[in-house]
Design a protein around this ligand. Structure first.
Ligand code: SF4
Length: 185
């Protein structure tokens, strides 16, 4: 069994789709984690993405498109989806009730590309929040700071700037902190 991180924004990140296909080709069942980037995808939806979703003839939510893109690939064995409410669990059950490989048309795949492009045009730092870089020896809260920075780029919400000082650790005096202070100034 192999477990990899994969989502619509991470087609080529880490193992990516290529890794998924390689592992499956070697006879491994592949478990997908972070299908929604720990909720990041849903918490930071640019207006352009909402417009794309609303104008597409096939009406599905972003979360449904994210899962659909994953289970569409026959190499996917299991998709791990964390839920924080009964409503989310019910929504997931509804979506996966119709899960099957090869359900997406060429137009659907092109639509996913457009969604990805809309996200990428807003996103500045490709941090998925996996926390593999933590703890930082300089005491910098790396994923939290990157999350704030990306969120600010996406939503332009001044609240993200206000949150920044509280997310620095007491020893945050390394180059990362100085660089990010410059970004957020
Ligand atoms: S910066 Fe840290 S948390 Fe972000 S993707 Fe890289 S290793 Fe993961």
């Amino acid at each position: 069994m192999a477990q990899i991180q994969l989502n619509i924004l991470g087609e080529t990140m880490q193992a990516g789709v290529e890794g998924l296909k390689y592992a499956a080709h070697k006879g491994l069942a592949v478990v997908i984690m972070e299908p929604l980037m720990g909720g990041y995808l849903l918490n930071n939806i640019p207006a352009e993405v909402n417009e794309l979703i609303q104008s597409y003839p096939e009406k599905r939510s972003l979360v449904e498109w994210c899962f659909r893109w994953l289970y569409n690939m026959p190499e996917t064995s299991v998709i791990l989806s964390g839920t924080s409410s009964l409503a989310q669990l019910k929504e997931n059950l509804r979506i996966f009730d119709h899960a099957a490989p090869n359900v997406m048309s060429d137009e659907d795949q092109e639509f996913i590309h457009k969604i990805r492009d809309a996200f990428e045009s807003k996103k500045s730092i490709g941090c998925t929040g996996c926390w593999y870089c933590m703890p930082c020896p300089q005491g910098v809260a790396i994923p939290e700071i990157f999350k704030l920075y990306n969120s600010y780029q996406l939503m332009n919400d001044p609240h993200d700037k206000l949150m920044y000082p509280g997310r620095r650790r007491p020893l945050a005096r390394g180059s990362h902190a100085r660089l990010l202070s410059t970004f957020l100034a």
